[in-house]
Design a protein around this ligand. Structure first.
Ligand SMILES: Nc1ncnc2c1ncn2[C@@H]1O[C@H](COP(=O)(O)OP(=O)(O)OP(=O)(O)O)[C@@H](O)[C@H]1O
Length: 335
């Protein structure tokens, strides 16, 4: 649905070029939820704003559904903006208009529907985001989560193929963040909408994304399925994001392990094996003892997964490791 090919962007300030993106390439599959994570100043906002040409790239190509958007004329660009909805961190609602009027606004601008059709579409959209009872209120009378629901309804008004979310939950508390994320996921599943979101929070990525790209200094430093990136982060920036989210202090862990005897391994379970009693049966069959040094079991989007760090000792540790591998468990020997 979206393809960026070697896209670069520099801002011209006082006659000097300030680089923001340096040769970014990525592909977003239709119907997927794609997350981009990075620290402040990494280039996230620039990247997402390039997709609907709120910013123009300095180099490279941006393809939307196979069409190079950088070559569109003004009227085709207006059409593109209707195919790509966007929501924002601070909602950007019109304070002097009611909720229903805010949602109707892009429909009026598009000019394709008459008054009765617009009213009907607004009703549908407000029902979709659970705000039917608030249609005649003004934005100032709503909570942050409700305002973002209005933003979502407005972004979906013209039935876009793609929804861009620019730090859409950063101004919300954790519980409201989750309810807005679940709404986005529900819309993604029900309407088959492709979603691209940027965030600095790994929890947002873990809750709803299928794939994630990590951006640092204007470059994509790591990209892949969220389970893979979460369970086996490679780049130092990715590792920092994951360890922060999981409250893991890697250096302290390795200090602690110095006093532990045996072979230290990390087992990663994905899917059904997460809940199977494999550990006990392997320990019995191979006559090994184990102590659990660290562990977590969680869900990454819909996939249960777990990671256990064990110290193994006893009769046949290598046979135990081979059994774990044969059961489809990823085994890393740490020491
Ligand atoms: N309009 C602009 N003019 C000049 N420089 C800009 C402009 N917008 C962004 N930049 C610069 O481009 C780089 C990337 O900024 P960008 O806003 O894309 O990062 P970000 O990851 O979204 O950061 P944040 O999370 O703080 O919004 C930064 O060095 C920033 O100062």
């Amino acid at each position: 649905m979206i393809k960026l090919e070697n896209v670069s962007k520099a801002y011209r300030v006082d006659g000097r070029d300030i680089p923001a993106l340096a040769g970014v390439s990525l592909s977003v599959t239709a119907g997927s939820v794609f997350g981009i994570i990075g620290h402040s100043g990494a280039g996230k906002s620039t990247l997402i704003r390039l997709i609907n040409l709120l910013e123009r790239p300095t180099g490279g190509r941006i393809l939307l559904d196979g069409e190079d958007v950088t070559e569109l004329n003004a009227s085709a660009l207006r059409g593109l903006r209707q195919q790509v909805g966007m929501i924002f961190q601070h909602f950007n609602l019109l304070g002097s208009k009611t909720i229903a009027e805010n949602v109707a606004f892009p429909l009026k601008i598009a000019g394709a529907l008459n008054k009765a059709q617009i009213a009907q579409r607004v009703d549908e959209l407000l029902a979709l985001v659970g705000l039917t009872d608030h249609r005649d209120k003004y934005p100032a009378q709503l909570s942050g989560g409700q305002k973002q629901r209005v933003g979502i309804a407005r972004a979906l008004a013209n039935r876009p193929k793609v929804l861009l979310c620019d730090e859409a939950t950063s101004a919300l508390d954790p519980q409201t963040t989750q309810s807005v994320l679940q709404l986005l996921l529900d819309i993604n599943k029900r309407l088959g909408l492709t979603i691209v979101l940027i965030t600095h929070e790994m929890d947002v990525i873990r809750s709803i994304c299928d794939r994630v790209a990590v951006i640092d200094g204007g470059l994509i430093v790591e990209e892949g399925p969220v389970t893979q990136v979460f369970l086996h982060p490679k780049h130092p920036t990715t590792r920092r994001f994951v360890f922060e989210a999981e409250h893991i202090d890697e250096n302290k862990q390795y200090d602690d392990y110095q006093h532990v005897e045996g072979k230290i391994v990390r087992l990663t379970f994905i899917g059904e094996s997460t809940y199977q009693p494999i550990l006990g049966s392997v320990a019995r069959d191979c006559a090994v003892d184990f102590s659990i040094l660290a562990g977590r079991i969680e869900r990454i989007k819909d996939t249960p997964c777990g990671q256990l760090t064990l110290a193994l000792s006893g009769h046949d540790v290598d046979a135990a490791l081979a059994r774990f591998s044969a059961e489809g468990i990823d085994v890393e020997v740490l020491r």
